[in-house]
Design a binder for this molecule. Structure first.
Ligand SMILES: [Zn+2]
Length: 76
């Protein structure tokens, strides 16, 4: 039996299989997919990980490489 999947945004249960042409999976709808995207854009979601000291030094030596967010994290 296929367990229903719960939408990570509205928590509504829906069939877990990703059907061809349904691009909103793992969300229940296009609306919930956009809500999730907006949360990332707002900065409400973030991936936090330690930066290897060698990588931090490399990024300091090459300020043109990563985005401004990573550079700010190093200079603090
Ligand atoms: Zn939903």
């Amino acid at each position: 039996m296929i367990q229903p999947h719960h939408c990570p945004v509205c928590e509504k249960a829906f069939p877990a299989r990703a059907e061809p042409g349904v691009s909103s999976f793992p969300f229940c709808s296009e609306r919930c997919r956009k809500v999730d995207l907006l949360r990332w854009c707002d900065g409400r979601y973030a991936i936090v990980e330690d930066i290897d000291p060698q990588v931090a030094q490399f990024l300091k030596d090459n300020p043109g490489l990563p985005g401004p967010r990573e550079r700010n994290a190093i200079s603090e």
